[in-house]
Design a protein around this ligand. Structure first.
Ligand code: SF4
Ligand code: SF4
Length: 344
């Protein structure tokens, strides 16, 4: 049936530390209806309950947007099926991490329960209610220090699923390396700087060298056609890593490592607080990175906050990439713009 919905309302779940919801992307969870299970116990997710609620969500969405989904960039009109199955799972059920990023919303906001989910996922698969035509994502916390991570990864690789892993990159994971080699895993690492000092300011750990080494090794182990599976992210943090020189060094490093895929995001609290007043220099930096990617056969993608601000942008696309002009424009506009809520 044709109607406006999104793949996560239809066939997705996001497993949080103690709850299960349709997604982790809504900016308005207070408006409700995306929650599926308020509290699950260790290794037990009641799948009958999950599908009953998802049917209600789909029914609601057929008539009008779920309140928490209004305006979401993922909504689209499509011919959605009505079957009960899950094909998108976001693992978000732990908060431990080996980094300590100034913009992190995970460590401060998540309760530190220790629910495991491996057996619950095995049950879903046994019931025949998992389809491998979507994507599995790991957010966290840091997946490589999650005890059941290797087992979960193996399980989904056996299913032939596509898996996206967000990692701090501080630990090298053989499981990730093997998944990359099989073409099933995508790893996303966000060093946000090449400079050791800026990295330390952003991450509050001194692991820059280690992270860049690990990025290099993930890439080095891959044939060229799989290179885009190693994605390196730059979160633009106004006042911290938003100069022309910082971004230029970052792009040069990617080129030297033969990285083929770049993701850009903008620090969440800045983007949220300034939703209608984003500094032009943020857009110029995004355009500059995109231009560099086009020139160097790299893919360029935007994540959540960057997608929102790009969609609402009124500042014109940059057309002149002359270094001197870029430098002047970026420093002119950036002087007054900082991320207000990050904790140094
Ligand atoms: S908030 Fe967006 S991504 Fe999440 S379920 Fe709603 S439409 Fe989908
Ligand atoms: S790597 Fe992710 S989970 Fe870890 S501190 Fe940084 S933002 Fe938080």
């Amino acid at each position: 049936m044709n109607y406006k919905s999104c793949h996560l309302i239809e066939h997705g779940i996001s497993i949080n530390v103690d709850s299960v919801q349709a997604c982790c992307l809504s900016r308005d969870f207070d408006k409700g209806l995306l929650k599926i299970i308020n509290k699950y116990e260790n290794n037990t997710i009641n799948w009958d309950e999950v599908f009953a609620i998802k049917r209600q969500q789909r029914k609601f969405q057929k008539n009008e947007d779920l309140p928490a989904c209004e305006g979401c960039y993922n909504l689209r009109v499509d011919n959605w099926d009505d079957d009960d199955y899950i094909s998108y799972i976001n693992f978000d059920h732990w908060s431990q991490c080996n980094s300590n990023c100034i913009y992190c919303g995970v460590q401060a906001n998540k309760p530190k329960t220790k629910n495991n989910v491996l057996n619950a996922i095995k049950t879903l698969i046994k019931l025949g209610k998992f389809k491998n035509n979507g994507e599995i994502t790991f957010q966290g916390g840091e997946p490589t220090i999650l005890k059941e991570f290797d087992d979960l990864l193996k399980l989904f690789m056996q299913q032939g699923s596509k898996i996206r892993i967000h990692s701090s990159g501080i630990l090298f994971s053989r499981a990730i390396r093997d998944g990359l080699k099989h073409g099933l895993v995508t790893v996303v690492i966000s060093p946000d700087s090449v400079s050791r000092e800026v990295y330390k300011t952003v991450k509050r750990v001194d692991k820059s060298t280690k992270v860049w080494d690990n990025i290099k090794h993930y890439r080095k182990n891959l044939k060229d056609d799989l290179a885009p599976l190693v994605k390196v992210k730059y979160i633009i943090i106004p006042g911290v890593n938003d100069s022309f020189d910082e971004v230029t060094d970052f792009l040069a490093k990617l080129k030297s490592l033969d990285i083929k895929s770049v993701i850009v995001d903008v620090e969440y609290t800045y983007a949220n607080t300034n939703a209608n007043n984003i500094s032009p220099h943020v857009y110029i930096l995004m355009d500059y990175i995109q231009h560099f990617c086009n020139q160097n056969s790299m893919s360029y993608d935007l994540y959540d906050s960057a997608l929102y601000i790009d969609r609402n942008r009124t500042f014109p696309k940059t057309e002149n990439f002359d270094v001197q002009i870029l430098k002047e424009d970026i420093s002119k506009y950036s002087a007054q713009n900082i991320s207000l809520n990050v904790k140094y």
